[in-house]
Design a binder for this molecule. Structure first.
Ligand SMILES: Cc1ncc(COP(=O)(O)O)c(C=O)c1O
Length: 467
């Protein structure tokens, strides 16, 4: 690695870390007393690699956390950010907008799923994080129905196992008790249904993936009907979800049926594309991958490649029309955040889209994803006692451990995670699954490195006695 990066790292070695101070830093979902004893501090990055304060380099097989899709040190984005910082780093959000926000909105309107654009094109609400985006989308849905002549529509139907963010509304839509129950009571008006999960299916082994998707979509429609469709505002789903509560890749039939059910009952469909957007699936959005468009689309994470906090809600033209009118009508969206539409973040977002387009990164992700899936399937054949299922789309691919020979309680995914860390690889590991989401810029050689390390970790796991 370069001399500059080496110089940076020597400033923060583990010996110089103040453990007492570290225990006062509150990290996400982490026991800080334990963390302070074994801290992990990242100091610099280059390409698809990140270095910690011990001087160890890691292959970033997860793009940070589905964020760093352009790799560390992307020149185009860095230059755009620096130029904008010097030009105008903040603009008064209650009074107006700024050129980078306009440029970003123009690009988003162009890359938005075709079926969302309709006669008016999509409208864009710029924000700073995924939770802000899902909160805003659900509030748009509620306000929309009040202004579209259906004021009783307020309930949101979501999935068990989903994660839509940490704020109270987003958390209420989320479906994993592990992150929710300690904060109850949550926001009223949220209903949950079981996800279209063929592996470890609710329906046993009798249903294949498509049949399982059809059954799940049918259950969503039955829920809407049983609750009174005139009270349902929206259904929110992640096209493909990866959360601590599971890893779900629904079949295409599921989305077609969900769309039809929403249309039949006058319900808005919200896609949370905070993981799946911006090329991750080898298409701009999960909506393109599945060929089924939502009414509201939330994006975040990799939208700015991680160079600035950036998120957005894309709003189908027909929905946004209900928010236009005279000032005295009070139809404007009653919602805002200080840093939504920040000029530096918007400049980063526009540059990130330019980078994806000019380097053909969507098609690259599709090709690399097919290769990744192929090699993971090869590993499944080599380690049948470990891996039972490989699934994903584009550069979001993973595997699930055999539930009988590697029971969830023995946490094979967490054991894999520890081995991977030792061997210099970062991935997303649940108790029973491992998911990879390397940067879109990952080369074939780098992908091979990730897979070779994975192979070595699986070999270690196969050899180790189960705890
Ligand atoms: C699918 C999904 N939605 C929403 C969020 C929340 O995003 P943020 O952490 O940026 O608020 C996340 C974060 O992991 C996510 O994965």
């Amino acid at each position: 690695m370069t001399a500059t990066t080496t110089a940076t790292t020597t400033a923060t070695t583990t010996e110089t870390l103040d453990k007492e101070l570290l225990s006062h830093l509150v990290l996400d979902f982490r026991q800080m007393a334990a963390f302070a004893e074994a801290p992990w501090v990242f100091v610099c990055g280059e390409g698809i690699r990140i270095q910690d304060s011990e001087g160890r380099w890691y292959l970033d097989g997860l793009s940070g956390v589905f964020v760093n899709s352009l790799g560390y040190g992307n020149e185009r984005v860095l230059e755009a950010a620096l130029a904008q910082l010097k030009q105008l780093h903040f603009a008064p959000p209650l009074h107006g907008t700024n050129p980078p926000s306009i440029a970003l909105a123009e690009r988003l309107r162009r890359v938005a799923p075709a079926a969302m654009r309709g006669e008016h094109g999509v409208s864009v609400k710029l924000l700073s994080g995924g939770s802000e985006a899902t909160e805003a989308a659900m509030k748009i849905a509620r306000q929309y129905w009040k202004q579209a002549g259906h004021p009783r529509k307020y309930k949101i139907v979501a999935r068990y196992g989903a994660y839509h963010g940490a704020t109270m509304g987003a958390l209420s839509a989320g479906g994993g008790w592990e992150r929710k129950s300690v904060f109850e009571p949550l926001v009223a008006g949220f209903l949950h249904h079981h996800p279209p999960q063929a592996f470890r299916s609710l329906f046993g082994k009798e249903l294949d993936a498509t049949a399982c998707g059809i059954a799940s979509a049918t259950l969503v429609e039955r829920t809407i009907e049983a609750e009174d469709p005139e009270t349902i505002a929206a259904v929110i789903v992640e096209p493909i979800s990866v959360s601590s509560a599971g890893y779900t890749v629904p079949p295409p039939a599921y989305y077609q049926l969900l769309r039809e059910a929403c249309d039949r009952h006058n319900v808005l469909l919200i896609y949370d594309e905070i993981i799946t957007g911006f090329g991750r699936l080898g298409e701009w959005f999960g909506a393109d991958y599945y060929g089924v468009a939502p009414d509201l689309l939330c994006c975040g994470k990799s939208m700015g490649g991680g160079y600035a906090p950036l998120a957005a809600v894309l709003i189908a033209g027909r929905v946004w029309q209900a928010f236009l009118g005279g000032v005295e009508e009070r139809k404007e969206f009653h919602h805002g955040h200080t840093f939504g539409g920040n000029p530096v973040a918007a400049a980063v977002g526009a540059a990130a889209i330019d980078e994806i387009e000019s380097r053909g990164l969507i098609a690259h992700a599709r090709d690399q994803g097919a290769y990744l899936a192929g090699r993971l399937n090869g590993l499944r054949e080599r380690y049948p006692e470990l891996i039972a299922d490989v699934r994903g789309a584009g550069l979001l691919q993973g595997f699930e451990f055999d539930p009988v020979r590697q029971p969830k309680a023995s946490k094979p995914g967490k054991r894999f995670e520890a081995l991977a860390r030792e061997r210099g690889l970062i991935a997303r590991c649940g108790d029973e699954f491992v998911v990879f989401a390397p940067p879109l810029v990952t080369t074939r050689d780098e992908l091979d490195e990730i897979l070779d390390v994975t192979d070595a970790c699986l070999q270690d796991l196969a050899a180790a006695p189960r705890p």
